[in-house]
Design a protein around this ligand. Structure first.
Ligand code: NAP
Length: 264
């Protein structure tokens, strides 16, 4: 007999522990809230302890779950190792980070590439290498990487994102191959234009580059989007939440575009 579950109930992720990177604002914060709403305990990581504390207090009160804050820089290997050591019992790993610098290819410095690699790729390798053996021991694990639609569709002025984020798919494919039989899945959630501080940063940079007012440029950016609007962080978070459920156990190494049906 088939067993249909209410995947978004307040207890769907009860007894699960999530570690969410970049959880102080934007998409990471929304993902953390979605998981908390589904009953998971959450560990929130970002650099700003102050912002993390506000998020943690809010989620704990609203959803009656346990919260831990970890103020750490993803670029700092030792700091990240210490966090991972403290949370080896993580069931749900949500990787996410600050967006890389935006600009014409020739103006991206090698230092920009190095820093972006450390945050976008290396931190994910470090975290998954540390946590996968524990997840495998418990026969359950979810790795959800918040990436970008640039994984499939390159965007102007985003050379670093266009290039490095594709590596995440390779990592997810490898994890799926080596750990799939241990009840572990690895997938990418790939947002399009979504209302956050980072989106404002991208909009301003592109408007400056094009010499156009931001309103006009936003209008142009919305034209190829079937939904005709900017996305909401909660709409990205809902996909993260679903991928963390038991029922998403047969989805492996996918890059799920959540971009309002953008055509270009
Ligand atoms: N919003 C969009 O339209 C969109 C579309 C496609 C892809 N994305 C990508 O999705 C990711 C999240 O986007 P967002 O819009 O939520 O960005 P955001 O508003 O800039 O938030 C980034 C989060 O990452 C944390 N963070 C940044 N650098 C960090 C570091 N070195 N170590 C630890 N934490 C760090 C930030 O907190 P602290 O500053 O306190 O560390 C913050 O919590 C980005 O990589 C972005 O490029 C966004």
């Amino acid at each position: 007999m088939s067993k249909i579950e209410n995947m978004f109930s307040g207890s769907a992720l009860k007894d699960r522990k999530a570690l969410v990177f970049g959880a102080s604002r934007g998409l990471g914060r929304a993902a953390a809230e979605q998981l908390a709403a589904m009953g998971a305990d959450v560990v929130l990581l970002a650099r700003s302890a102050e912002r993390l504390r506000l998020v943690a207090d809010e989620l704990r009160e609203k959803y009656r779950i346990a919260t831990t804050i970890e103020a750490a820089d993803l670029l700092d290997e030792a700091a990240l190792a210490a966090v991972l050591g403290r949370h080896a019992d993580t069931d749900l790993l949500i990787t996410n980070c600050g967006g890389p610098p935006i600009g014409p290819y020739l103006q991206t410095s090698l230092e920009d590439w190095d820093a972006a690699y450390r945050q976008i790729v290396r931190a994910v390798v470090q975290a998954t290498q540390a946590l996968l053996p524990h997840m495998a021991g418990r026969h359950f694990g979810r790795v959800v990487m918040i990436a970008s639609r640039t994984v499939q569709h390159p965007l102007p002025l985003m050379a670093i994102s266009n290039s490095l984020r594709k590596a995440l798919l390779g990592i997810a494919e490898t994890i799926a191959d080596e750990f799939g039989e241990k009840g572990i899945t690895a997938n990418l959630v790939c947002p399009g234009l979504t209302r956050t501080e980072r989106m404002q940063e991208v909009l301003s940079a592109r408007a400056r580059n094009a010499g156009k007012p931001e309103d006009e440029l936003l209008g142009e950016m919305l034209r190829p989007i079937a939904a005709g609007r900017v996305g909401r962080p909660e709409e990205i978070a809902a996909v993260v939440g679903f991928l963390c459920t038991d029922m998403a156990g047969y989805i492996q190494a996918q890059c799920l575009l959540v971009d309002g049906g953008r055509k270009l």
